[in-house]
Design a binder for this molecule. Sequence first.
Ligand code: SAM
Length: 288
Amino acid sequence: MDTIKKNWYSESCELWPGSTFSFEVKEVLHDERSLYQHIQVFDTISLGKVLVLDGIIQCTEKDEFSYQEMISFLPLCCHPNPEKVLIVGGGDGGVARDVAKHPQVKEIVQVEIDAMVIEVSKKYLKFMSVGFDNKKMTLHVGDGFEFMKNHSHEFDVIITDSSDPVGPAVNLFQENYFSLMKSALKPNGIVCSQAGTYWDSMELVKNTLKICKNQFPVAAYATTSVPTYPCGQIGFVIGSLDGNANLLNPVREFSLEQLKNMDLKYYNSDVHKASFSLPSFVRYEIEP
Ligand code: SAM
């Protein structure tokens, strides 16, 4: 099922069968298959511009900031000096845009597998792809898994802004990827990876957190709300090589005025702390 009525687009994916999210389309701006995936960009009635990969919404202009700010600032604010940051995936540029806002970040390296996602985002999704224009940024086109094999003890923070675990992203949810990330980190480094929603993908949440805990002495799952993602909720696993790290308490706190000056609309220290508080049915599943 692609549409439920004229001009309406419905997301459809094997990861969450039986229900769908739909939006009304003003204009199809782009519709093309790359080597890796089907890339679509829509202008919509209520969500602004929307990027869809292989039938799954990646970001909408209306609510992308919640995801991008949280996947960036949760790990950055848990690290005492996050100078060099690696982003894997993130071809829309939104995470790069927000990582660059952190005053301690000096260098951003990004590896995205699909050059066409970058090109299309630069053309239609400027509000996010502005991240690629930053002087701190070095962008590589390639597979994040392969890239990781050739880097050791180099990064303070590694953020994996991957699509869901279908197609080229499958490897980024596996234990050997977390092991490679561990080797690519400097001492006391931190990783943060997209880890799915607990409403529809509890096994994914559990497995990704388990893998992260196997590889890192300190690990936790944090949640955020993104209305246009399945079930309106998505989470991240965060792992630290520092065995004394307390991920729930940011080591760097910003005042509301500082956050406003950085144009951060979702993240703040209270949201940081609260994002690790999980409902009971999730805790029954993920706590030993
Ligand atoms: N915020 C989004 C979400 O969770 O729905 C993710 C957005 S970002 C567009 C995801 C990117 O990961 C895509 O551009 C995709 O091409 C990239 N990607 C998937 N697998 C990859 C891999 N193995 N190496 C590098 N990038 C990868």
